[in-house]
Design a protein around this ligand. Structure first.
Ligand SMILES: [Zn+2]
Length: 153
């Protein structure tokens, strides 16, 4: 299980190697995504709280990257944080997510991205529920819920 110490280690010393890499130009992504998906995942935008479709969904399934379809989270690690964004306590696999220090807006935060295609997903904070203590705060627009996928684990 990942804890805040692991997150900091990845952000400072480098991230785990992903299973695959998907790389496209900005124009190629723009054609594949909706304007909101493009703004959030490729330009590091943030959706308004409580606006996302996946915020209050607790159906079983996997949450895949909207850009490259790699599984990032699943419904067993989703929890209600009350923040208005989908929240998770762990990634689906240690190497699914990439971490980078983000000091924009006068705050020091840890940005989380898809480790396969570098899509911006959101941020991770050390105030989540035990035992991991992590809260991955993720934009709905950066994921698609695959409800068929849980049984092949
Ligand atoms: Zn991706």
């Amino acid at each position: 299980m990942l804890t805040w110490k692991d997150v900091i280690k990845f952000a400072v010393n480098g991230n785990p190697t992903p299973d695959n890499r998907v790389e496209k130009t900005e124009n190629e992504w723009r054609k594949l995504l909706t304007p909101d998906q493009f703004r959030i995942t490729r330009l590091k935008g943030t959706e308004r709280p409580h606006s996302g479709d996946l915020c209050s969904t607790y159906d079983e399934g996997k949450y895949n990257c909207v850009c490259c379809d790699t599984p990032l989270f699943d419904s067993t690690i989703k929890f209600s944080s009350g923040t208005g964004w989908p929240s998770f306590t762990q990634p689906i696999a240690e190497n699914a997510i990439k971490y980078e220090k983000d000091d924009s807006f006068g705050m020091v935060r840890v940005e989380v991205m898809c480790n396969t295609c570098d899509a911006h997903l959101g941020h991770v904070f050390p105030d989540g529920p035990e035992p991991s203590g992590l809260r991955y705060c993720i934009n709905s627009e950066s994921m698609i819920l695959d409800k068929e996928a849980l049984n092949d684990n």
